[in-house]
Design a protein around this ligand. Structure first.
Ligand code: FAD
Ligand code: UDP
Length: 375
């Protein structure tokens, strides 16, 4: 029988690859992790500059109800108690998200849940004949009515996805909760926070004792890599793996315009969404507020770093961010999946290989499941 140098070659040091490698290494398997980027962590990478941990590929707040995942990830970091409570900017005013009594109070001057429900029901009654929403617009109007849809959703969503709300699947909007309490906690999760020390430090602890090669693209020499390991775990884009033989899957990409400002506080909150179509960015992130504006010694940080997020259609060479899970792309993905199901000794996992919007906890859970199957 052929002797391989490694049991597993793991392509990608994101959360899927790092979880898989950590568990397998702990079970005595020899692992090599490679990544085409110059750093570990994939999209959760944080880079420290001027005492501020910059969320390099967009704001990441860990949240989960999954006890197993929470227990697992706490072996590698402690979390602060940051609670995601973004704001929405519309026509000179700031509103709380997710849609809750604070939002309704500012929008309609209502004080009680009864009044707010009445207002929403009044607006939704126009759409009561929509039994099965066919798209995001119908779903949103049925759920929250005209004022909320036209103030906060329509233009933001069209800017974010580059598509008309009538052409987008309704599940995207189900991620946005509506509640009748004065509660600005965006994620209603049992556990929530940001790693103290940053995501990069957390991932590097997961990869402790495991060989990692950076700046290496698996697809440029796949024969070499396939020959050194018994099994390959591939966490890159599935269509790239198959040389786009059925065509490229569509993604939304994001460009970040990041600026260091010589002031201590720019917007007073980590995230502000710009819900109008005139502002080119979807949101501004002020990174220091994920850590309450303090450095590791607990001192106030005198300056601040902000990132404006600009959404664009992905093209070859761009960084893929959000899969566009509409019917066209889902059936294209399925064709690639049929090919991947036939592979022996190659495992496909994570957001790019499965063409799926995965939250961090879900990607850890998927990697843990995969390990269980392998062991
Ligand atoms: P990735 O992190 O993308 O890792 C894949 C790795 O594979 C990358 O490092 C890549 O360089 C490498 N790779 C790809 N191809 C190759 C190749 N050919 N050779 C070598 N290496 C390769 N989740 C939350 O729970 N909370 C949040 O607040 C949150 N915010 C988000 C904000 C944004 C803007 C986005 C886009 C996502 C957010 N997520 C959030 C989701 C989160 O980013 C993902 O769940 C997680 O990063 C997925 O990890 P992964 O390992 O599957 O993929
Ligand atoms: N959304 C919106 N207005 C907002 C924030 C979000 O219409 O102010 C919609 C938009 O369609 C977005 C979806 O809700 O794609 C999910 O938003 P969220 O911020 O939860 O997701 P993220 O972009 O962080 O993945």
């Amino acid at each position: 029988m052929r002797k391989y140098t490694y049991d597993y070659l793991i392509v990608g040091s994101g959360l899927f690859g790092s979880t898989f490698a950590q568990i397998m290494n702990g079970n005595g398997k020899k692992c090599l992790v490679i990544d085409k980027r110059g750093h570990t962590g994939g999209n959760i990478y944080t880079k420290e500059e001027n005492d501020i941990k910059i969320h390099w590929y967009g704001a990441h707040i860990f949240h989960t109800d999954n006890e197993e995942v929470w227990h697992y990830i706490n072996k590698f970091t402690k979390f602060n108690n940051y609670i995601n409570s973004p704001l929405a900017y519309s026509e000179g005013k700031l509103y709380n998200l997710p849609f809750n009594m604070n939002t309704f109070n500012k929008l309609w001057n209502v004080n009680t849940p009864e009044e707010a429900k009445h207002k929403i029901q009044e607006q939704c009654s126009k759409y009561k004949d929509i039994s099965q929403p066919a798209n995001l617009e119908e779903q949103a109007l049925k759920l929250c009515g005209d004022d909320i849809y036209y103030t906060f959703i329509k233009e933001y969503t069209e800017k974010q996805w580059g598509r008309d709300c009538k052409d987008l699947p309704s599940f995207i909007i189900k991620r946005l909760p509506v509640r009748f309490t004065y509660d600005n906690n965006y994620f209603n999760a049992l556990y929530q926070g940001v790693p103290i020390g940053g995501y990069t430090e957390m991932v590097n602890k997961m990869l402790d004792g495991i060989e990692v090669n950076l700046n290496v693209d698996y697809l440029e020499d796949r024969d070499l890599w396939n020959n050194i390991a018994q099994t390959v775990v591939y966490t890159g884009p599935i269509d790239a793996f198959y040389k786009y033989c059925f065509g490229a899957l569509q993604y939304r990409s994001v460009r970040f315009e990041t600026e260091l400002l010589d002031i201590p506080n720019y917007q007073g909150n980590a995230a502000v969404n710009y819900t109008d179509s005139e502002t080119p960015w979807t949101r501004i992130i002020e990174h220091k507020w994920f850590e309450f504006g303090k450095n590791e010694k607990g001192e106030d940080i005198p300056r601040t770093v902000i990132s404006r997020e600009l959404s664009s259609e992905w093209k070859l060479g761009d960084e893929p961010y959000y899969p566009v899970n509409d019917d066209f792309n889902n059936s294209l993905y399925f064709k690639y999946k049929e090919l991947s199901d036939k592979e022996r000794n190659i495992i496909f996992g994570g957001r790019l290989a499965e063409y799926k919007y995965y939250d961090m906890d879900a990607v850890i859970a998927a990697a843990l499941d995969m390990c269980e199957k392998e062991l």
